[in-house]
Each structure stands twice: as C-alpha cells, then as structure tokens.
Design a protein around this ligand. Structure first.
Ligand SMILES: [Zn+2]
Length: 444
C-alpha cells in the first residue's frame, strides 16, 4: 500500500501542469487563479482529467464526493461555472469551508469556522480541569495551570498564528477605504475587529473562566486583568501571538523551511503585496514594536535566548498597560508590575490557598467583601475588632491572627524581607505562613 502511495505521489506531481499544488501525506490541494472564470475552470479540469485518467489506469479510486471546491477569490465565481468542474463522470461538491492539514479553511479566509472549532475542542476537555479545581479539595493552582497549558491550550493553539492577527487587525484593506484598526499594530488595547466579537469573546471568556477556576475566584468576578497579573501570565491573545512571533523570527532567519523564508522575502519585496498579507505584515510589525519596547532587535536574538527575550518584551508592554489602569487597587499594591510569575508550587490546603489568592484580588470570604454595599456595622471584624474586616485587617491588625503575624514578622526579619501587603501576598518564602494565618482567621 505504501508502495502504491509513493507511486501516486510521484506520478500525480507530474500530472498537474495548470494549477499550483500542495501535497502533504495523502492530502492534495490544487490552486488556480485566472482573470477569466471560464478559462480557470477549463484549466483546472485539464489537471483533474489527467489525474482521473491516471487513477483508471492504476486502479486507484478517488471518490470525487470527498473533494471540496472552494472559491476564495475576491471576486466570486458564478455558481454555474463552479459546477462545471468535473472529475471523471462526477461533479465534486462546492464547499464554503474544508479542512486542510487540520485547519478549517473558509471561502472568506475569515477563519471563523476554525476559531469555533478550536473553542469547542478546548471546551470538550475542560471538564477535567473543573473536576480538579473544586475549592475545598483539589490540585494547586500551579499544577492546574500546568494541566491547562499542556492539555487544553494546545487544542486551541494549533494553526492559531494564521488567524490570531485577523481578530484584531485588518486584512485585505484594499477592498475598504478605511478599515477598522487600519495602520495599527497589535496591542492589548486593540478592539476586536467587526465580525469577530462574538467568537473571540466566547473563546476568551472560556480562557478566563479556566484561569479563575484555577486560582479559585470563579464565583467572585474580579477584573480579568487583575487575575492575569496575580497569576503572572499573559492574556489569551498574547499566548497565541507569542507563538506566532517565534514562528516569524524563525522564518525571517531561515531556521525553518527555506520555502517559507523565500515566501516572506518575496512578499516583503513590494509594499502593496506585503500589506495584503495578514500573518507576515502584522506579525512583522509587531516584532518591530516589541524590539523597540525591549530595546533588543528580536530578529538578532539566537535560539537559546529568544523565548526569554520575546517574553521579556511582551511583559514590558503589558506592564506599561497595567500601570495606566486605575482598577483593582489592592492587586496593584501587591503587584505594582505585570510580570511573568511562578505560582507557588507548595500549597497547604486548597481552601486557604485559594482564599489567599482571592484576598490578593480584593475578594474572599471576608465581611467587607460580602457586605460591600451594606452598612458599616455588618462589615466589622467577626472577632470584635473595631475595624472593617478586609484583607488588610486580617493580615496586619486582627487580634485573632496576632500569633501568626509575629511568626511572619520574624521570618521577614531573618530573611531581610520587608513586612508589607506586597511581600506577604507575593513573596514565595512567606506564602506558607500567610496561608496558615488565613487558616487561623477562618478557623479551618
Ligand atoms: Zn479582627
């Protein structure tokens, strides 16, 4: 069988003379472009006829009803012309979308069907995360995030570099006088392009829901940005773009297939062609922007340092944005910078551990939070202190937690760590004791 297949690949290659072709394993795609619709069909039929004749001679049956004819042109073909395309006696079906190498291609190159598909693929495996992330028992945020990144995220990542820029930046602006986000460069503040709002929101809400579950704040709706900063991770679009950037640099430096490097060079040769690309144009601009932000030309960075350098620049950009926001007062005090952060790998109990994260986000099972909009009396400390029961009081002043506080103060003294809300909620060396203090307060 393999032998027959090798013959097929060899022979088919020689049969196609009119179209351009792409072959991968048993996937064969033909592309044809022509200003004349009738001639385009005739040329494609010539190639198909040769393949058909070859299949008859070699006793190999291709079922034409599994073919897909997709019209991806800017000017649409007439349906009657598309129906003239034939393979032997049959007319292959005209489709609006079809899978090519595992990526859903649609006739508008919107990649919306692909986004919809990866969303449902990720959702299909997320039940495991939900099961492992219950508040009382369950895995640590550190472990859960690892599970998300190695098990759930890859299902969304595949082929994402093709479509991620399309969600935020224009493509084919040739057809519009002034496209939305025209001339812009990828950035966290970019609004989603028309037509992508619903799809992107569904995917991003799913991501944020997973992140909230991971650190146990899913019922308390803290701001998304604060959750990401607390976890020390990037927004979803940046996770995709980060990987796209690594691809772009590889291609530009000729570290991957030479064909891609040649393609990039031929496209970037003329401005008008380059501005019609999506990945190359927008990713190229973004690499330039990141290089400015980080002060290092990322195209010059070798393989060993590259991931670190790209991440460093990305987090500098995100940090700039975080500094310009005014929301999440307490989280900003604890995390004045948005930076990559390792979550604590050690956890006492899932419950107290997640309460610690919740408190860092200005949430948690505290009276000042629960009765936020009600009278001051209700918000007062449950142990009779004349103070509002908020994160600051629990950790810094409450009589109930005095003993634990003294222990933490001693550790701070010994390890030369400042004793503040910032260090208590972010220094990994204090994490364990802060968790115990919270346990004492909550009597668990
Ligand atoms: Zn108190």
């Amino acid at each position: 069988m393999l032998f027959a297949w090798l013959i097929y690949i060899n022979d088919v290659d020689g049969l196609i003379t009119e179209s351009r072709k792409g072959m991968f394993v048993d996937d064969l795609s033909l592309y044809i472009a022509d200003t004349d619709q009738t001639r385009a069909v005739a040329r494609l039929n010539d190639d198909l006829q040769r393949i058909y004749n070859w299949s008859i001679t070699n006793h190999m049956v291709f079922s034409y009803n599994k073919f897909h004819i997709i019209d991806v042109g800017g000017r649409r073909m007439k349906q009657s012309n598309l129906q003239q395309i034939s393979f032997g006696q049959g007319t292959p079906p005209v489709s609006v979308q079809a899978k090519l190498l595992g990526c859903m291609i649609d006739s508008k190159f919107s990649f919306i069907p692909q986004i919809v598909e990866v969303t449902s693929k990720m959702k299909a495996v997320a039940f495991k995360l939900r099961k492992l992330a219950t508040t009382r028992s369950g895995l640590s945020p550190f472990e859960l995030h690892n599970i998300f990144m190695s098990y759930i995220f890859p299902r969304g990542e595949y082929a994402s570099c093709i479509w991620i820029f399309r969600v935020f930046l224009p493509y084919r602006r040739v057809f519009f006088k002034q496209a939305q986000n025209a001339g812009e460069i990828f950035h966290i503040s970019r609004k989603v392009m028309f037509g992508y709002g619903k799809r992107w929101r569904t995917l991003n809400n799913f991501y944020m829901d997973c992140m909230r579950r991971i650190i146990g704040v899913n019922d308390e709706s803290p701001s998304s940005v604060a959750v990401l900063v607390r976890m020390g991770i990037m927004p979803l679009q940046y996770e995709f773009v980060y990987r796209a950037v690594l691809w772009y640099i590889k291609i530009a430096r000729g570290e991957t297939d030479q064909l891609l490097t040649d393609q990039l060079e031929s496209f970037s040769g003329t401005d008008s062609t380059f501005s019609m690309t999506c990945f190359y144009q927008h990713c190229g601009n973004y690499v330039k922007q990141l290089s400015n932000v980080g002060g290092v030309n990322l195209l010059d960075v070798g393989l060993r340092q590259r991931k670190e350098e790209v991440k460093r620049a990305i987090f500098m950009e995100l940090d700039e944005y975080w500094k310009g926001l005014s929301e999440a007062r307490l989280t900003r005090e604890i995390h004045p910078r948005w930076e990559e952060r390792k979550l604590p790998a050690i956890m006492g109990r899932r419950y107290t551990h997640t309460v610690m994260h919740r408190m860092a986000l200005g949430r948690g099972p505290l009276r000042a939070v629960i009765h936020r909009r009600r009278e001051a009396k209700l918000q007062r400390c449950r142990y009779g202190c004349e103070a509002k029961e908020d994160a600051f009081h629990v950790v810094m002043n409450c009589t109930k937690t005095k003993g634990r506080r003294e222990i933490i103060k001693k550790i701070c003294l010994k390890k030369k760590i400042e004793f503040s809300m910032k260090t208590l909620f972010s220094d990994l060396q204090l994490q364990d004791e802060v968790e115990s203090l919270i346990g004492v307060f909550l009597n668990v």
